[in-house]
Design a protein around this ligand. Sequence first.
Ligand code: C5P
Ligand code: MG
Length: 212
Amino acid sequence: MFTRLLNGIRSLAMSSTIKPDVVFVLGAPGAGKGTQCTNIVKEFGFIHLSAGDLLREERNKEGSEYGELIEDNIKHGRIVPVEITCSLIEKAMKKSGSSKFLIDGFPRNQDNLDGWNRQMAANVNLLFVLFFDCPQEVCVSRCLERGAAGSGRSDDNPESLKKRFDTYMNDSVPIIQYYEQQNLVKKVDAGGTPDEVFEAVKAIFQNISPSR
Ligand code: C5P
Ligand code: MG
């Protein structure tokens, strides 16, 4: 009886110490989330999981049952149902074996947030939400430049961009506000050059104390 109790306590303690650290990275399309995540990975050893990249990868998989649904949503700047996105994130986290993740472009709407809270929130340690705050004109011109430079993305064109911005304003901004109310948002002015923005990002990451 006593041994069983002790084992129970031990496994509870273990499961709480192995919770991975998570930083959500949010901001408008073209705010520089991906660019800065690459920098953070190099300097601070996080694993970068971009929800958009994971969805594009799944869409491109031969025989994927969700390929068409994902592409239809991406082209129209709409958000894919969370069951798909959250499962891709969970799978990628497990596969990496790491304990520090940047989850970029997620949660993007209420459905994303609810699904995460149902499926994942209790199993991770959310450090904070990194929010790249960038004027819309700057974001639009960055995405159009990216498209012109051959990003190959089906949504880096003026028509899709307009829809992506509508989705951002209507669906994603309220999620950032939700985390702001919980004092979890660290905001970075993202209108400058990548190096300028990274200086501000570095200051944030140098000051965090990971959970282990
Ligand atoms: O973040 P990124 O710009 O790469 O996202 C591209 C598209 O992927 C979004 O416009 C949306 O259609 C889809 N996406 C999604 N759910 C997320 C992140 C991205 O449906 N959480
Ligand atoms: Mg991105």
